[in-house]
Design a protein around this ligand. Structure first.
Ligand SMILES: Nc1ncnc2c1ncn2[C@@H]1O[C@H](COP(=O)(O)OP(=O)(O)O)[C@@H](O)[C@H]1O
Ligand SMILES: [Mg+2]
Length: 473
């Protein structure tokens, strides 16, 4: 019989709690959300900014929780036999994560950080490493002070590879995550001006990302973007921690180097030199930015001593995820419209990448290029300037018409010639009817903005609009 993820006895020991439950009782997962909890999982009651998990302990038991970790003093509610009491439940989650990390001493552990591309790169690593052994990756974008320990706590003891996303809004955050992950390999996808509200400069952002090297395991490696202006700065940090430094990119001297690339709307054909081995592969999702990420993935595969050829083959199944470049074709009744859904989030780097990728759609298929742009948030005082600077990339992508919403995007919109102004509204919601009227068959429409700009409903609104339009036709 395979061993369970945890027994209650092991959890109690890891978090330093007494438990009257049967110590050998099986626990199949660790959850902090009663809504997604599966039977036999352990529930940890975390105090969040908006909710206190202690209010959902009863719900967790209704869903079949094997046990719950709660703060001392929490009323037993007839479940005393299934409660593990601690002074600090978040600390307990960290302890459990550390215990999970400690027991996989033979696994290769990889941490992924960077200003954009963390989640995609993590998923790419899962694809690429799977042919070589079992892979555990963080769920969704779980990359913060609770997401990282939760991801660790759900790692099975026998995995061959563990891949964890580490994110941050301010300095010091990644340091704590690095201590928990203790990676053998740390990837920094790219360094860009994001979360500038909390930093004085992009150099400071680079320094904060470099905290990932702090708890690198002895003999570990740093995989860094050779094409990024902060490469040297990151490299210096990595060397201070005695890391082996591997650069990826198109630049001469990159150890994971792009040799040739054919960028198309449905993916890319790539030839690369990965630490001395030349390899050709097809990447299943479009954009040079994803090609870059794939070089980091293959460098990690090679360093992890996994199979490079099967990894490269697996990358043909790399797909753009919901809100991160996913392509939907809508039948308008009068012809096809292609929708590129980039509504999950936006910063200047991912905006540039999305615009460049929009330009890969052949004119013969979709003659008109439309960009629907919402505000990029958390840029501090630099916000207005960084929005205006997109104009150059809108031009370069050959965008014919721009729709825009938000107080920051108005600057860019006003700077465009009237012939390229499709419509502007303060909010995405108000933009929806203008957009529905303004686009149609033969258009490729890319929609992007920060999560807080609420662009996702625009995708749904367009789909609904053409559903009804199609039905009437
Ligand atoms: N290397 C990159 N440079 C610029 N943009 C990127 C890069 N990798 C991915 N992106 C874009 O950034 C957005 C977020 O991607 P995601 O993988 O979710 O990143 P993260 O987890 O860092 O937020 C997507 O629109 C994606 O296409
Ligand atoms: Mg993410």
């Amino acid at each position: 019989m395979t061993r369970p993820l945890w027994t209650i006895g092991e959890i109690a020991k890891a978090v330093g709690a007494k438990s009257s439950a049967h110590p050998d009782a099986h626990v199949t997962g660790v959850s902090i959300d009663s809504r997604s909890l599966a039977p036999q999982e352990a529930f940890i009651a975390i105090r969040g900014a908006n909710h206190d998990g202690h209010g959902f302990v009863a719900a967790a038991f209704t869903e079949g929780a094997a046990c719950a970790i709660v703060e001392k003093g929490f009323p037993a509610q007839g479940r005393a036999d299934k409660l593990l009491r601690v002074t600090d439940t978040l600390a307990a989650l960290r302890d459990l994560g550390s215990a999970a990390r400690a027991r996989v001493e033979r696994a290769v552990v990889i941490a992924v950080t960077g200003s954009a591309g963390k989640t995609g790169t993590k998923e790419g690593l899962k694809l690429a490493l799977s042919p070589s052994g079992s892979v555990h990756v963080s769920a969704k974008s779980h990359n913060n002070h609770w997401g990282v320990p939760l991801s660790l706590a759900n790692m099975r003891r026998g995995v061959a590879f563990g891949v964890f996303e580490a994110g941050m809004n301010h300095a010091g955050e990644i340091l704590g995550l690095s201590k928990l992950i203790r990676p053998h390999i740390a990837i920094v996808t790219t360094v860009e001006p994001v979360h500038l509200g909390f930093f004085r400069s992009v150099a400071e952002i680079a320094d904060a990302k470099a905290e990932i090297f702090e708890s690198l395991e002895r003999g570990g490696a740093a995989i860094l973007n050779r094409d990024n202006p902060y490469y040297d700065r990151l490299r210096r940090h990595a060397l201070e921690h005695e890391a082996r430094v591997i650069g990826f990119g198109a630049a001469k001297g990159a150890e994971a180097r792009l040799l040739e690339v054919d960028l198309r709307a449905d993916g890319s054909d790539v030839k690369a030199d990965i630490l001395g081995e030349t390899i050709s592969y097809r990447l299943g999702a479009p954009g040079l930015h994803l090609v870059q990420n794939s070089l980091a993935v293959l460098a990690a595969v090679k360093l992890a001593r996994a199979n490079l050829a099967s990894a490269a083959r697996a990358l043909s199944r790399w797909s753009a995820q919901t809100g991160r470049g996913e392509r939907v074709v809508i039948d308008t009744g009068a012809g096809r419209l292609a929708l590129i859904d980039e509504t999950y989030n936006a910063n200047p780097a991912s905006m540039r990448a999305a615009l460049a990728t929009l330009a890969l759609t052949p004119r013969e298929e979709y003659p008109r290029r439309v960009a629907v742009l919402g505000d990029m948030l958390e840029l501090g005082g630099q916000g207005p300037k960084l929005h205006l600077e997109l104009a150059e990339f809108v031009d370069a992508a050959g965008v014919d018409v721009v729709f825009a919403c938000g107080e920051l995007m108005v600057g860019l919109y006003d700077s465009l010639p009237p012939s390229r102004q499709g419509g502007y509204a303060k909010t995405a919601e108000q933009l929806a009817p203008l957009l529905a009227k303004g686009v149609g068959a033969g258009d490729v429409v890319m929609i992007k903005g920060s999560f807080g700009s609420r662009m996702a409903p625009l995708v749904e609104a367009l789909q609904r609009h053409f559903d009804t339009a199609g039905a009437q036709a």
